[in-house]
Ligand binder design. Structure first.
Ligand SMILES: C[S@@+](CC[C@H](N)C(=O)[O-])C[C@H]1O[C@@H](n2cnc3c(N)ncnc32)[C@H](O)[C@@H]1O
Length: 263
């Protein structure tokens, strides 16, 4: 099936490295650009995600590099970022923010952009994803400490009990659940699958975050469709609620340690 015209236009812009306006004024491509366009159109028609072929993705205020090393940032994760910014409100030099499973670095970098004085740490078990996140830090000029390892394990010990905000878009697909072919065949499986239930990583975050955030500290996580009741149960030691994404689905768990006044 031929590509929809808007996708073809996006790929033309990416290949030519020019704006839409410039391509309207002069639509011609060099022969190398045309060859490259033919190649990416064929790959798109074979099911490769558009953003991997474009090589960039917009996330909140940032334009980031993206490729197969990390999950493509999604609009529901931008919503998580917005909720995190709203929850934290303000941040000074003593404020500590942690992003677990940072992937491309989208949440950590967008939070550093919103709170330039805060110290932002981000972890991931994928060295490849962390390499991409570091490239995105260089691209945006934002300073985040990207650390390799499991959830909180690589963080400096002196942060224990002093974290103000934890965000995470953890893997939350149950092993064996069906995914669209475009996702299943091209995005990293370790970013998607969490275990037999799908909530295994979320459960660990609920438990491990409790002793690391300060009183009044926030934990915000993206969750899968149908996981709201279990997420509320997992976070029963916190004041918590589940908020909706733009399509009206319950997708954002907002939890706060010991401050029922302010959710
Ligand atoms: C759903 S992706 C989210 C990536 C990025 N935060 C985003 O929203 O686009 C989950 C990420 O968590 C990482 N991950 C999986 N298990 C992890 C663990 N135990 N500790 C740290 N990172 C983990 C994966 O490598 C992947 O980059």
């Amino acid at each position: 099936m031929p590509l929809p015209p808007h996708e073809l236009e996006r790929l033309r812009r990416a290949v030519a490295g020019r704006s839409a306006a410039s391509l309207v004024l002069d639509p011609s491509l060099t022969s190398e650009e045309q060859d490259r366009l033919d190649e990416v159109v064929a790959r798109r028609e074979a099911g490769e995600p558009l953003q991997y072929l474009e090589g960039t993705v917009d996330f909140g205020p940032l334009t980031l590099k993206i490729d197969r090393r990390a999950l493509i940032p999604r609009p529901e994760t931008e919503r998580l970022w917005e909720e995190a910014v709203r929850s934290l409100g303000q941040a000074g030099p003593g404020t500590v923010i942690v992003d677990l499973g940072t992937g491309s670095g989208c949440l950590a970098l967008a939070l550093k952009h919103a709170f330039p004085d805060a110290r932002v740490f981000a972890t991931d078990t994928s060295e490849e994803a962390l390499a991409l996140a570091a490239e995105n830090a260089a691209l945006t000029g934002l300073e985040v400490a990207f650390l390799h390892g499991d959830l909180f394990a690589p963080l400096p010990r002196d942060l224990g009990g002093r974290i103000d905000l934890v965000v995470s878009n953890p893997p939350y697909v149950a092993d064996g659940d069906a995914l669209p072919a475009e996702v299943r065949d091209h995005e990293p499986h370790r970013a998607l699958f969490a275990g037999p239930r799908g909530t295994e990583v979320l459960a660990r975050i609920a438990e491990e975050a409790y002793w690391r955030v300060g009183v009044g500290g926030w934990v915000l996580c993206e969750i899968g469709d149908g996981q709201a009741a279990e997420a509320l149960d997992l976070f029963n030691a916190y004041d918590r609620e589940v908020r909706r994404d733009l399509t009206g689905s319950d997708r954002i768990l907002v939890a706060r340690k010991g401050a029922s006044c302010c959710l």
